[in-house]
Each structure stands twice: as structure tokens, then as C-alpha cells.
Ligand binder design. Structure first.
Ligand SMILES: C[S@@+](CC[C@H](N)C(=O)[O-])C[C@H]1O[C@@H](n2cnc3c(N)ncnc32)[C@H](O)[C@@H]1O
Ligand code: SF4
Ligand code: SF4
Length: 375
């Protein structure tokens, strides 16, 4: 796949099967909006963090802005979820803040496992020593995602001094503890773009079997960050080309590389850089319990899109009654999407991107249509 010289808006006859696939994926999204199926639950267990990353979309630091849920409150909410949904189909992604600053993490993970739920942790890795990894494994967790934003220099430029070795070591610790999925997550920016090939080797050596590449959303502290953290269209193409090449050339034992974002990348790029088209499931398959008990579709949505609290209402009732706008696509026809030929496949992009960066949410625009980067 030649992403660098591809025009994602153009349709060729050879793309016909991909058009059918994109339409059918959009139909599935519409059908799920009509009959939501919650299988992916984020638990933002805290907004406290031991780091203070320059690009943190949640603006985390040492103290939580709200009154965090107690162990009992979380476990009670999980009990109601297990009663109201099929727990064996629920995957809980524990995020933050930094999950490992919560002392009761192992106890809550054990509770999830006992209820039949699967879980993973999204962590900066600096607190994931061998004992912590083993304790999470013993509590039933099998997936660990560790954020590593470049080689040592570029990682520590945004995440702080003396963090890189600990985060890479966290991959090793998770692998040694027996985790089945050990994933690195990298926020790609101009400073680390050229480092991607060498990073892949580091992650492979440390035992990662997946690597998710994402771009930085304009939210939290990133909103006010220097312009040098944003990729321009040729750089986005370079990133997508890297992912497409690694996927096409993957051999047994290689790290599985994928690109992650909520929006539509165009027919050919979609299939080349990730498994599923246009993945945003906010309010359709995905929900979140935020640190203070509010319920949202995805932790990356603005706070104003939270829909009540488990401190006041049963989770399943909130999920059933309160996500009307998340499940409607008509309003997304506003603005630049109004006369877009791809709306039928895209449905207006990923929800959080649409809300947090309304002027810069369209991936076809961000990729830059028809830009010849060799020129
Ligand atoms: C908010 S962090 C919380 C978990 C943990 N503290 C960590 O850093 O992995 C969850 C994920 O969001 C990513 N992230 C942070 N700020 C972001 C932003 N502005 N845009 C996109 N992703 C961001 C992090 O790199 C991490 O992979
Ligand atoms: S990105 Fe993660 S590690 Fe960095 S400040 Fe935010 S919550 Fe903490
Ligand atoms: S303009 Fe809107 S509908 Fe069209 S591709 Fe971009 S985000 Fe999707």
C-alpha cells in the first residue's frame, strides 16, 4: 500500500469490495446504536498520577480533581454490571491517571475476575515492578498496555527524567509474570517519528507482542502544548506508511503493529493499518466509569458528555437511558461532514475527536488529500 502518494478521497473501481465492507461496517455501527451492546468498559480508576506528562489529555498530576470512588463503591457497581450484563463478554480497561497509584487495584481486579470479566491495565509502567506484575497476574489480569513515547530522549522530553528504562522494564516484568498480551502504546509526534523502526526492536526484545500507535488529541495539557507535538499531513502519511509496511511484512514472532484512532482513514488505508474499520464504539459498545463515579461513553470525551453517576443511579439504567446523542448520527452531518461523499461509510468520524478538536477531526483532511510528499 502506497500511503504516501494515495488520495484517500478518490474512488477506483478496484476499491468496490472495500466500499461494500465500509458500508457494511457502518451498517453494523448503526444497528449497534439501535441496540447497544456494552462489552468494553473503561474504569478511570483515578486521576492521580506519579508523572506529569506534557501531553497528558487528562491533565493528571499528584492530586485528583474529584472525590474518587472507594473500593466498596467500585465493587458494588461491578456487581450490578455483572447482574445486568453478560460479564463473560465484558473487557475492562483500567486507566487513569496512573492505575498503579491505587492501593486497592489488585483487590478490584480480583473482584472483576471473580465476576467473570477480563481486564487490562493502561499504565506508564514506572510503578510496574515484578511484584506488581505478578500480583495483577495472580488477580486474573492477562493484558498490560504500557505507554512508551519514543527512544529515551524523546520519551523523557514529555514524560520526565528517569522514566524510560522503568517503562521498558515494565514490558519485561509483564512478560515474565505471564501476561498473554503485552502491548506498547506510543503517542507519535514529530520528535519520535524517525525512531519508530528502532523502537520496534526495543519492544520486541522486551517481550511486547502488540504495539499501538496513536496521535495526540488536542485536549488536557496537550491543548496548550507547543505546535511541535502535532504531526502535519506528510508526517501522518509517513506514520501510516510505517504501520502499513510493518503489517504487510509481519512474520511470526514480530510485534503486531496497528494504528488506532476513531475516524475514517479512507478505503485503502483503513484495511492496511488496522483490523477493524472506523472503530469508535463510544456509547455503542463502550462505556466508562470515571474516577468520581460519573458515567461516560469514553474517558476521552469532554466532561460535559458524562451522563449521571453510579453514586446516584444503577449503571445499567444510565447506559440504557442516557446515551441518546452518542447513538444518533444525524447531528454529525453538521459542518464539513454535511456534503461529504464518505459520510455513509464514516458516519462523521470518531466521537471524541469530533468533540475535542471540531476543526481538525476529519482524517481525510488530516492525511491531506492528494498531497505529493515527494514534491
Ligand atoms: C491518560 S493515559 C492513563 C494511563 C497511564 N497513566 C499512561 O500514561 O499510560 C492513557 C493513554 O492515553 C495516552 N494519552 C495521553 N495524553 C494523550 C493525548 N493528549 N492524546 C492521545 N492520547 C493521550 C497515554 O499515552 C496513554 O497511552
Ligand atoms: S499520560 Fe498517563 S502517565 Fe502521563 S500524566 Fe497522564 S495519566 Fe500520568
Ligand atoms: S468530512 Fe466528516 S463524514 Fe467526511 S470523511 Fe471527514 S469526518 Fe468523515
Amino acid at each position: 500500500m502506497d500511503v504516501l502518494h494515495h488520495d484517500p478521497r478518490r474512488f477506483r473501481v478496484r476499491n468496490f469490495p472495500q466500499v461494500l465492507r465500509a458500508r457494511s461496517d457502518a451498517e453494523v455501527r448503526r444497528a449497534t446504536a439501535a441496540e447497544p451492546d456494552m462489552t468494553y468498559l473503561f474504569w478511570e480508576c483515578t486521576r492521580r498520577c506519579n508523572l506529569r506528562c506534557a501531553h497528558c489529555g487528562s491533565s493528571c498530576e499528584g492530586r485528583s480533581p474529584g472525590h474518587e470512588l472507594s473500593t466498596q463503591e467500585v465493587c458494588d457497581a461491578l456487581d450490578t454490571i455483572a447482574e445486568d450484563f453478560d460479564a463473560s463478554r465484558i473487557f475492562v480497561s483500567i486507566t487513569g491517571g496512573e492505575p498503579l497509584v491505587r492501593k486497592d487495584l489488585y483487590q478490584v481486579v480480583r473482584h472483576m475476575t471473580d465476576l467473570g470479566m477480563r481486564s487490562c491495565i493502561v499504565s506508564n509502567g514506572t510503578l510496574l515492578g515484578p511484584e506488581q506484575a505478578k500480583a495483577l497476574y495472580d488477580a486474573g489480569m492477562r493484558t498490560a498496555s504500557i505507554s512508551i513515547d519514543g527512544d529515551r530522549g524523546s520519551h523523557e522530553a514529555v514524560r520526565g527524567a528517569d522514566t524510560w528504562h522503568k517503562s521498558v522494564q515494565a514490558l519485561r516484568n509483564a512478560r515474565a509474570a505471564g501476561f498473554e498480551v503485552v502491548e506498547a502504546i506510543t503517542c507519535v509526534r514529530p520528535a519520535n517519528l524517525a525512531e519508530l523502526p528502532s523502537l520496534e526492536a526495543v519492544f520486541k526484545e522486551a517481550g511486547a507482542n502488540l504495539w499501538r500507535l496513536i496521535t495526540i488529541d488536542k485536549m488536557g495539557r496537550a491543548k496548550d502544548a507547543d505546535a511541535e507535538i502535532w504531526l502535519n499531513p506528510p508526517q501522518i502519511r509517513e506514520l501510516l506508511q510505517f504501520v502499513a509496511d510493518r503489517r504487510a511484512q509481519r512474520r511470526p514472532g514480530d510485534v503486531g503493529v496497528s494504528f488506532s484512532c476513531g475516524g475514517f482513514l479512507g478505503l485503502e488505508v483503513e484495511g492496511a493499518v488496522r483490523q477493524r474499520h472506523n472503530q469508535c464504539g463510544a456509547g455503542l459498545t463502550a462505556a466508562s466509569i470515571l474516577h468520581d463515579g460519573r458515567v461516560s461513553a469514553c474517558p476521552s470525551l469532554p466532561d460535559s458528555w458524562a451522563q449521571g453517576s453510579i453514586r446516584e443511579r444503577r449503571f445499567a439504567e444510565i447506559w440504557r437511558d442516557r446515551f441518546e446523542k452518542h447513538r444518533s448520527f444525524d447531528w454529525r452531518r453538521e459542518g464539513s461532514c454535511g456534503d461529504c461523499d464518505w459520510f455513509g461509510a464514516c458516519l462523521g468520524g470518531g466521537l471524541h475527536e469530533r468533540l475535542v478538536q471540531p476543526d481538525d477531526h476529519c482524517w481525510l483532511e488530516r492525511i491531506g488529500c492528494g498531497v505529493d510528499t515527494r514534491a
